[in-house]
Design a protein around this ligand. Structure first.
Ligand SMILES: [Zn+2]
Length: 136
């Protein structure tokens, strides 16, 4: 096992100029932060683990007369959380995709032209999948 791991490590460094281990660590850290944020405002869709939904806190107010202002506030909060959640979900899935590309050996290459993405760009955005010319 140790020999295989060392051999793979050697190959990565021999064929690629980017430090995959460094970016893998960055991506793992980012995935952890995003997962924490997603869990704090939402919950994972039980039928689709890649989908997150904002948590509705309606059950907390059912025991007493409902103040329409409060309902409006809660709906607003829910909508804000949903929008935030959507953004974080997109980021989280991009990070997960980048981690998949590391595993597949395609990380750091532009998905359009195949050129290596400059390290500075990956430093700023480790989940970038295109070179600067092909960035959206
Ligand atoms: Zn490109």
């Amino acid at each position: 096992m140790v020999l295989i791991a060392n051999y793979r490590h050697f190959c990565y460094h021999y064929f690629m100029t980017i430090d995959l281990k460094h970016f893998q660590e960055k991506l793992e850290k980012e995935a952890g932060i995003l997962e924490g944020e997603l869990k704090s405002i939402g919950r994972r869709n039980p039928s689709n683990p890649n989908d997150w939904e904002a948590e509705e806190k309606i059950d907390e107010i059912e025991e007493r007369p409902i103040d329409p202002d409060e309902v409006a506030d809660r709906l607003e909060e829910y909508e804000e959380n949903s929008a935030e959640l959507k953004q974080e979900e997109i980021q989280y899935n991009e990070v997960k995709d980048a981690m998949k590309r590391i595993a597949e050996g395609t990380y750091g290459k532009c998905s359009i032209c195949g050129e290596e993405i400059p390290t500075a760009r990956l430093e700023a955005n480790p989940s970038a999948k295109n070179c600067i010319a092909h960035a959206k």
